[in-house]
Design a protein around this ligand. Sequence first.
Ligand code: DP6
Length: 327
Amino acid sequence: MPAYTATALAHPNIAFIKYWGNRDDVLRLPQNGSISMNLAGLHTHTRVSFDPGYEVDTFSLNNQAQVGAGLERVSQFLDIVRTMAGKNWRAQVESANNFPTSAGIASSAAAFAALAVAASHAIGLDLTERQLSTLARRGSGSACRSIPSGFVEWLPGDHDSDSYAITLAPPAHWSLVDCIAILKETYKMTGSSEGHRLAGSSPLQQARIASSGARLDRCRQAVLTRDFDALASVVELDSNLMHAVMMTSTPPLFYWEPASIEIMKAVPEWRRSGLPVCYTLDAGPNVHLLCPETSVAEVRSRLEGIHGILQVLTAAAGGGAHITTED
Ligand code: DP6
């Protein structure tokens, strides 16, 4: 067993205010701040072992050896960790998700948050939460939001060192639940990294960015005061704005499926009829329905009436990324 080993766990997160477009694609400095909630129950577990005797990095996901772009992205991330530690050791990285990969839940946030914690610990770095969030951001922007616990805000910053995420409120602050309507596998979609590069080609991106400060203020306030109606209106607006940018970039990106739109049309009706629930979509067709814990059963039952949903996963607010064993 190699001496320099650590294992960490991180949750994915769902953005209430979205990250779409970078000022710097290499450093992943976003054009706007974002706000999210970690998803309890869903997680990535990652074990990193550095060994001065290894000649190359290896990476397995759910027990399957990864090659090509997946391995390359992990290896480049490890280069950043190696530079910070002043070591050139290669590593063995073993990762596993407890949610079905085929469910199309974006896993890069949990993946790079767990990798940042495990790799930095294994190589002997003692990083603060802010430094871990900054580091995770370099692997995947949204990963910086999976480092702190609960309801989280990514402060966009101007430089590498001041672009990181902080906790706005702990998980117990608000018993919100994300009901994720899984519609189909999203393997062949344009990935987020490519999407961020295209965002600037949409004539709508500038307007989205210019108005993002006001939405961040509304969303932060809604979270801090547990005001569901205020949260619902700003979350749906922000998701629609991001998808408007996606659909008007060159080339255009259409992530929705017919069932996505059916749900997006139904949810505000349900809300008007007295059921507190709102929707948001990331770079895929799955619809995230946010609601208070007391409404989950009713939301599930209404979703049963919609054709094209493969399954519904539920997740309450989750904690931050952390070491699970010292190995
Ligand atoms: C639509 O963090 O996945 O989910 O930095 O290239 O890995 P990379 O992008 P990523 O982008 C997330 C985009 C989003 C919105 C969000 O989570 O804020």
